[in-house]
Design a protein. Structure first.
Length: 142
């Protein structure tokens, strides 16, 4: 549900469905974990309301995903996720956080800039199925 909500105004329903099958499937998440990604979830009153994924890379921590259901935004849940990645990065000796964000995802870009991220590059990635991700690469020095 979160993906459809977050991307409804940015991507076609067909691309969102394709990404759900290829990027957010159980098999893909299990493979991500085998490849070194760490997934975390947020729950409120027993309900899953968000999740994030990160992976240590050479010299930086990669923030792969951070999603919070719309009704639960503004409650500092994302702040807690961000603190977790900052703490993990520092513990592992990484001095920056990097992420990719869709160029049309203006709300997220604004939030990332507000907390100290800067756009450092652009990237177009062929994700198969006739679809591409047109992203900014953002980073924050710790």
């Amino acid at each position: 549900d979160i993906w459809h909500e977050c991307y409804a105004n940015i991507l076609s329903p067909e691309q969102i469905d394709y990404m759900m099958k290829t990027i957010q499937s159980v098999d893909r998440i299990e493979q991500d974990i085998k490849d070194g990604y760490e997934y975390y979830t947020a729950h409120l009153y027993g309900r899953l309301i968000g999740y994030m994924a990160m992976k240590p890379e050479d010299g930086y921590m990669f923030l792969s995903k951070i999603y919070i259901e719309k009704d639960f935004r503004g409650r500092k849940i994302a702040d807690q996720f961000m603190q977790l990645i900052y703490d993990e990065a520092k513990w592992l000796g990484r001095d920056k956080i990097m992420l990719t964000v869709n160029k049309k995802n203006l709300d997220s870009i604004t939030i990332y800039k507000k907390i100290g991220f800067e756009i450092v590059a652009e990237q177009v990635t062929d994700i198969g199925g006739g679809f591409v991700m047109d992203d900014y690469i953002m980073e924050k020095q710790l």
